[in-house]
Write a protein that binds this ligand. Structure first.
Ligand code: BJ8
Length: 424
């Protein structure tokens, strides 16, 4: 057994606290994931990803940097930060997960108490020095999306080497031009950090790499229209969560293997839940590792999540970057255009999201929609009324939930979800 403690120490982490965190996540993973029945055998890859999430994967990235194969590690918090740009400039992109409460007392010295748990979480992981991804990031890219993140990044900039991208709040021809400019500025900033120029060749390869991952996820997602569902919502969520951290090429191979197995299962009528289990489309705020609470409650109550209209779901993989560009300029434009289509609730109006929710519910044969917002997220809380109206018009049962990372409401949520499933 390789001892990773010296590596964590060299990253300046609080090693005893981190041991506690890893222990808790490992326990949770066992209770939530390994307790599932009839998982596709190919999901074993996900078990390996989780087993190595703070250890083997970090070492792999640091080794790549030491050998010169990669120049820098670049962290980000939002789907709007294009991984293609980081890869093409010789960086390794990592999503900084923020899915658990940590060092809340310290966080509240810098951020208001009534702040969304995702924001508190990234601040807490940093202040508690327990996230090897944050600690190994040479550059952290933030983005001006919600007010909470925007202002929290001002604080984070006092803690890490930080660059913030500006994201428009409306979709039109003018803001698209502004966004293209932001994407170029970001590319320059990343090049400056890595010391490696983005070339037409490296950008083309990076676009292909990210698109291949998306194509694999699209294949896997399509199998979930089958009844019985071949794979659980939990494992599907974990697959996308893994996509923010794992090596892209290796993970794409594993997702394609999962898609192969799930296509076969769908053809054979083999499922993770019994045929006729109530099918839920999830929509709402992202679910970062290890926030598995809601999916666990839904699936332990006998439902099955068949799709996620979320940044840890379809928004991550539904659209590809156009691959026909030949020059760096053309390709950066194609990247900007693709990312501009991510239906984040910071946009107004956000009709694209509403259309996607109804379309996905139909395509995936969902019996009901569960729309969930993290506590204190004004954007998704406000938008839930529009989502509810659209679900009503489409004749799809709907439920809204507001929750956080704590377990206090687990019992109450279970009761509400059981009642919702029963009514479907
Ligand atoms: S593109 S959804 S990943 S911003 S839950 S921190 S919005 S108060 S996460 Fe997001 Fe990018 Fe948009 Fe996606 Fe704020 Fe709300 Fe918290 Fe949120």
């Amino acid at each position: 057994e390789y001892d990773f403690h010296p590596m964590w120490e060299s990253l300046g982490m609080d090693v005893p606290a981190h041991d506690m965190l890893l222990g808790a996540v490992g326990q949770m993973f066992g209770d939530v994931f390994l307790a599932q029945e009839n998982r596709p055998a190919s999901t074993d890859y996900l078990n390996q990803v989780v087993a190595g999430i703070h250890s083997g994967r970090i070492k792999e990235m640091l080794d790549k940097k030491a050998s010169g194969e990669a120049k820098k590690i670049v962290g980000s918090f939002c789907l709007y930060v294009p991984e293609e740009i980081v890869i093409a400039a010789g960086g390794i992109p990592v999503g900084l997960c923020s899915g658990a409460d940590w060092a809340t007392d310290k966080v509240e010295e810098h951020l208001p108490r009534a702040t969304c748990p995702l924001i508190k979480s990234f601040a807490g992981f940093k202040l508690g020095s327990v996230c090897p991804y944050i600690e190994s990031s040479d550059l952290v890219i933030g983005e001006n999306t919600c007010d909470g993140k925007k202002k929290a990044y001002e604080f984070m900039a006092t803690q890490v080497n930080m660059y913030t991208v500006d994201i428009p709040n409306v979709h039109n021809a003018q803001t698209l031009e502004l966004w293209k400019g932001e994407v170029r500025k970001l590319a320059e900033r990343v090049e400056q950090e890595t010391g490696q120029k983005i070339t037409a060749e490296s950008l083309k390869a990076a676009i292909k790499l990210a698109n291949d991952k998306r194509r694999a996820l699209q294949r896997l997602s399509a199998t979930r229209a089958a009844d019985p569902a071949p794979i659980s919502g939990l494992d599907s969520l974990l697959t996308v969560q893994a996509a923010f951290m794992d090596d892209a090429e290796r993970l794409t191979g594993a997702i394609n293997a999962m898609a192969d197995e799930c296509e076969q299962r769908a053809a054979d009528g083999v499922g993770v839940a019994p045929k006729g289990a109530k099918r839920i489309l999830y929509t709402g705020t992202p679910m970062a590792v290890p926030n598995w609470k809601l999916f666990n409650i839904i699936e332990k109550a006998g439902g099955v999540v068949v799709g996620e209209e979320a940044c840890t779901g379809s928004r991550y993989y539904k659209d590809l970057v156009d691959e026909s560009g030949e020059t760096v300029d053309e390709m950066l434009d194609a990247i900007a255009e693709r990312y501009f289509g991510i239906n984040c609730a910071i946009f107004t109006p956000n009709d694209g999201r509403i259309e996607d929710i109804v379309r996905m519910a139909r395509e995936l044969n969902a019996d009901g929609i569960i729309d969930c917002s993290l506590q204190f997220c004004t954007l998704y809380e406000m938008e839930s009324f529009t989502v509810e109206k659209a679900a009503e018009q489409a004749g799809i049962p709907f439920m809204h939930i507001t929750t956080d990372y704590a377990n206090e409401d687990a019992g109450q949520l279970t009761t509400r979800i059981e009642a919702f499933l029963e009514m479907l």
